[in-house]
Design a protein around this ligand. Structure first.
Ligand SMILES: Cc1ncc(COP(=O)(O)O)c(C=O)c1O
Length: 472
């Protein structure tokens, strides 16, 4: 049965035009425009009169008028149905006030932008089975959010994942499901810092995070890159000590490279001395292509000063918008109070299905499979760069993550190169754009996961042409 309840907003009760005429006109309009298809049942006069707040006689007068005009017919014992009306009589143009210009989106013909998984590898059938199982057995889990921290079963699955894959011993109670890791980072800022507080941020680093910190009225303390890893900042006065420091220890973003055990220890010690928090943004640690996995920094922490942040954007889908944070036990009430004050952003629908997907092993199969494929793609990107641009770029490869850095000599304008490449449909990022301050290094941050070998080869071909066309 069709739903006509929205007509209530169209009725003008002050108008000189009788309500039954207005109602007739609204229904007629919907039939002519094709919004209501033929052979559909109209709501019974009694229920429509309740929904629209009109008398039953107004509804029946309107239906009778539409019968007279041939738009609907009464069927004995089963109400009124729309009639086929052939080709629409009047072409109804959408009113110009309602049409919005379509946003131009980037062509992704052979995009090799960083950080995107290849959704063509997504196990749609296995995922659909999990969704349908939840819909059959526990349909309420798809729509009801009983706990601000997220679906308990998913939190349980994440705790097992963290124990087996990241060496973290945590309980489901400590896990808070968020709308991606960026939401988790913002929740940490809102919970643990105040306007005017200092926040340690990597430079270069993830730009949206920098924007959020500035937007919340907090002051960044830039953590510079040493020879191979982020330096522990030297703080001159205790008032300028950061309230929290946000790090990507397993795989620096965007430079790559894992923080040494010694530096991790120094950061933890420093957090203790300055009475501050460490936030570990572990955004893509599932992807290591050589050597053994690197344990999460939070696993080294014996003082409960680290909040671990993870995401499903890289291993599963960016569009899913699910991530999580792991809170030290004593901070759980503070995180709960932030959710109560600012609201929960993570959607419920996918959570239980994701838990099924993790518990039945498909999630782990998917990580292993994509890791194997991405490893091949990384090799293709490395050899294409070596073959075509060895005389100009130096490659900084850490056999991990979803992107690779091709460093350029300082005289190259990496932003101009990125723009020219984008104009030809190849999306890469300029290293200098990740810097907030200081003299930026130049280079191209190249993703290798989102596109197949042929696309990567083509992309590198475009980049080569663009770089060689640069007049120095
Ligand atoms: C270092 C880093 N942190 C956080 C994020 C945010 O990821 P999401 O909010 O999609 O989980 C990204 C996204 O690319 C990232 O690169």
């Amino acid at each position: 049965m069709i739903n006509l309840s929205a007509i209530v907003y169209k009725l003008d009760r002050q108008s000189a035009t009788p309500l039954f005429v207005q109602l007739t006109s609204e229904i007629r309009h919907r039939i002519i425009s094709g919004e209501i298809k033929s052979n559909q049942r109209l709501p019974p006069s009694r229920s429509l009169s309740t929904e629209l707040g009109l008398s039953r006689s107004t509804i029946t007068s309107s239906y009778e008028q539409l019968v007279a005009e041939g738009y609907i017919e009464g069927r004995r014992g089963s109400g009124y149905y729309t009639c086929p009306i052939g080709e629409t009589e009047i072409k109804i143009e959408p009113s110009s006030s309602k049409t919005l210009p379509r946003l131009k989106t980037q062509s992704t013909s052979h995009q090799i932008g960083p950080s995107s998984p290849d959704m063509r590898l997504f196990p749609h059938r296995q995922w659909a089975q999990c969704v349908s199982r939840v819909a059959r057995l526990t349909p309420e889990a798809l729509i009801s959010a009983n706990d601000a921290f997220g679906d308990y079963k998913l939190r349980h699955s994440i705790a097992s994942f963290l124990r087996d894959w990241r060496g973290l011993d945590t309980s489901p109670e400590q896990i808070l499901i968020t709308a991606g890791s960026i939401d988790a980072l913002e929740i940490c800022l809102r919970t643990l810092a105040n306007v005017g507080d200092f926040i340690g941020l990597e430079n270069p680093g993830y730009q949206p995070l920098r924007n959020i910190v500035l937007n919340l009225g907090m002051k960044p303390v830039w953590l510079t890159m040493g020879e191979r890893e982020v330096e522990v900042p030297e703080i001159k006065s205790s008032t300028a000590a950061p309230t929290m420091t946000i790090l990507t220890p397993s795989h620096h973003y965007p430079l790559g490279g894992a923080m040494s055990p010694l530096r991790r220890y120094e950061f933890l010690q420093w957090a203790e001395q300055t009475n501050s928090w460490i936030i570990e943004d572990d955004y893509d640690s599932e992807f290591r292509y050589a050597g053994s996995p690197i344990q999460a920094l939070a696993g080294f922490d014996t003082t409960n000063r680290t909040i671990y942040v993870g995401t499903f954007s890289k291993v599963f889908s960016t569009g899913l918008r699910l991530g999580f944070l792991v809170s030290p036990p004593e901070l759980i009430p503070r995180f709960a109070s932030t959710l109560a004050r600012y609201g929960v952003k993570a959607a419920t629908t996918a959570q239980r299905a994701l838990s099924e997907f993790m518990d039945n092993g498909e999630f782990y199969r998917h990580i292993r499979r994509t890791r194997r494929i991405y490893a091949e793609r990384r090799k293709v990107l490395l050899s294409a760069l070596q073959e075509k641009l060895d005389d100009i770029v130096s490659i900084e490869d850490h056999a991990a993550g979803m992107q690779l850095l091709a460093a350029l000599p300082g005289q190259y304008d990496d932003k101009a190169i990125v723009k020219a490449a984008r104009d030809q449909g190849v999306v890469v990022n300029a290293l200098s754009s990740y810097y907030a301050t200081g003299k930026p290094r130049k280079g191209l941050v190249l993703g290798f996961c989102g596109f197949d070998e042929a696309e990567i080869e083509r992309g590198v071909g475009v980049i080569e042409k663009v770089i060689r066309a640069v007049k120095l």
